[in-house]
Design a protein around this ligand. Structure first.
Ligand SMILES: Cc1cc2nc3c(=O)[nH]c(=O)nc-3n(C[C@H](O)[C@H](O)[C@H](O)COP(=O)(O)OP(=O)(O)OC[C@H]3O[C@@H](n4cnc5c(N)ncnc54)[C@H](O)[C@@H]3O)c2cc1C
Length: 471
């Protein structure tokens, strides 16, 4: 296909769209930026007409140099992120977090976009992908206007576009206690980890050497008392009330755990916490109920709690889920939530440079690509600007290195994954550094994170020297 006119059409002046537009305009490209709120067409969450409006919290998350979100910020800084610079210029005291005066921050971005000589602003709703000239970037966020969402549904096929997020908590694999939990698949009779049942029906514990050696799931056993305690705690936990625009009925397959519990104390035990087909090799007996955790990434560093999508408040989730035997010391890479969120099954529908597999000049950025969070959304806008600029210049498009935070985030949303779910940046997405394949204990975990950060920094520095930076 020939290279189209270098005027780039970006839809949505949110965090991703504004970052992308400012980057490309600064690199010398002409940009047309569409924003419907400038024409008084609001989303259910935005309150102003300003660009890069923060719809809820005023925090971009941690900026410490020993955290995954901090590393992402460091990398975005190397690539000249406008949003990050504006956030720092308008920051307010918030401990380790980067929080901003939201009005001043958005005003600054609005002014920069409106005053840029190479950005033409169009105050209108983009109704369909078909009418939009290419190259185009769709950065319309989780609350994309209905008509454009409908057009995306036609472009991608209904089954690969999601309108709601039902997220179960994700646990750091190294924090699951193997002395209590065990690895096995249901009814996996050939599994060496399964207890051997004697003819009388009694079971003998498997030898230590056979524990946790096979099976895809981590299984956490609960006795009757523990099960009922968990049910009561889930019932009593503080929940986040859905917003008015989020009251669509749940899909059966992603009911919040509290809605299942509301149907009866035993319902969970006949659903996701069924003990059927699972014998505990530590004791040789069947548990009253079993919480299963399913592998969440290729590296096997993260496991999601099957069936635990929830509206419980974050603090409550940590407290209640650590009551589960085997998860007493669980480190949660991500907590559960349920909210309206339009996003694409990116691993199936987008290329590694975030363009549609059906249309090489149609790019996507922001939360709709399956990242989660203000700063993660911003970073995809930053990356798409670089990908598009390289492609328009006829250069080979270079991806951020896999070891970097940017590369890890991109990999998480584009690598083949049937169980794809939106994600924020966390250490579970980084590759395991050599020498840390099997680790235990707090000290080793901290050493692993330090090694991951070191690799991330080094690889990103090499990468940033090879691509043009706009600031
Ligand atoms: C209610 C809610 C609360 C959230 N709270 C947080 C939080 O506290 N912290 C956090 O880190 N993340 C939060 N998120 C998640 C996410 O980080 C934000 O939604 C973030 O703003 C996403 O950035 P974005 O650039 O992808 O989309 P947005 O910032 O939403 O920008 C999209 C822009 O596109 C415009 N638009 C949409 N459709 C069209 C169209 N057809 N034509 C023209 N313009 C269009 C919109 O008006 C908007 O300006 C929240 C999400 C929601 C929905």
């Amino acid at each position: 296909m020939s290279i189209p006119s270098p005027t780039i059409h970006i839809v949505g002046a949110g965090l991703a769209g504004s970052e992308c537009a400012l980057q490309l305009a600064d690199m010398g490209f002409q940009v047309v930026l569409f924003e419907m709120r400038q024409a008084q067409v609001m989303t259910p969450a935005h309150k102003t007409q300003d660009f890069a409006e923060l719809v809820c919290s005023n925090s971009f998350g941690s900026q410490t140099d020993y955290s995954a979100p901090g590393q992402l910020k460091w990398e975005a800084e190397q690539l000249g992120s406008f949003i990050l610079k504006a956030a720092r210029d308008h920051s307010v005291p918030a401990g380790m977090a980067l929080a901003v005066d939201r009005e001043r921050f958005s005003a600054r971005i609005t002014e920069a976009v409106k005053n840029h000589p190479r950005i033409e602003l169009r105050s209108e709703v983009v109704q369909s992908l078909e009418d939009l000239p290419r190259p185009a970037v769709i950065a319309t966020g989780p609350l994309t206007h209905d008509s454009l969402a409908e057009s995306m549904r036609r472009h991608f096929d209904q089954e690969f576009l999601y309108f709601f997020d039902a997220i179960a908590p994700i646990v750091d694999a190294d924090s699951i206690n193997p002395q209590v939990a065990w690895k096995a698949n249901r009814y996996n009779r050939s599994s060496e980890a399964e207890a051997v049942e004697s003819e009388s029906g009694d079971a003998t514990p498997a030898p230590d050497s056979e524990l946790n050696s096979s099976g895809d799931y981590w299984n956490c056993p609960l006795d009757k008392e523990q099960y009922y305690r968990l049910v009561e705690e889930i019932k009593g936990a503080r929940k986040i009330e859905p917003k008015e625009f989020e009251t669509t009925p749940y899909f059966q397959g992603c009911m919040p755990i509290e809605a299942i519990v509301d149907r009866g104390d035993e319902t969970l035990r006949f659903g996701p916490l069924s003990p059927k087909g699972l014998s505990n090799p530590h004791t040789g007996h069947k548990a009253y109920a079993v919480v299963q955790l399913r592998q969440d990434n290729k590296e096997g560093t993260a496991y999601n709690m099957v069936g635990f999508q929830t509206r419980m408040a974050y603090g409550e989730q940590t407290r209640v889920f650590r009551l589960i035997p085997g998860l007493e010391q669980a480190e949660f890479l991500k907590l559960g939530s349920i909210h309206r969120n339009l996003y694409i099954h990116s691993p199936k529908k987008l290329t590694p440079t975030l363009s549609s597999r059906k249309d090489e000049w149609l790019f996507f950025a922001g939360q709709i690509t399956g990242v989660e969070g203000y700063f993660e959304s911003t970073c995809t806008g930053l990356l798409v600007a670089h990908f598009l600029a390289q492609k328009l210049r006829g250069q080979e498009v270079s991806l951020p290195p896999r070891a970097s935070a940017l590369g890890s985030l991109l990999n998480a949303i584009t690598e083949d994954n049937e169980l794809f779910q939106p994600t924020n940046i966390n250490f579970g997405l980084f590759p395991k550094p050599p020498g840390f394949e099997k680790i235990r204990g707090h000290k080793q975990k901290e050493a692993k994170k330090a090694a991951q950060l070191e690799l991330a920094k080094q690889s990103l520095l090499d990468f940033s020297q090879r691509i043009p930076v706009s600031l």
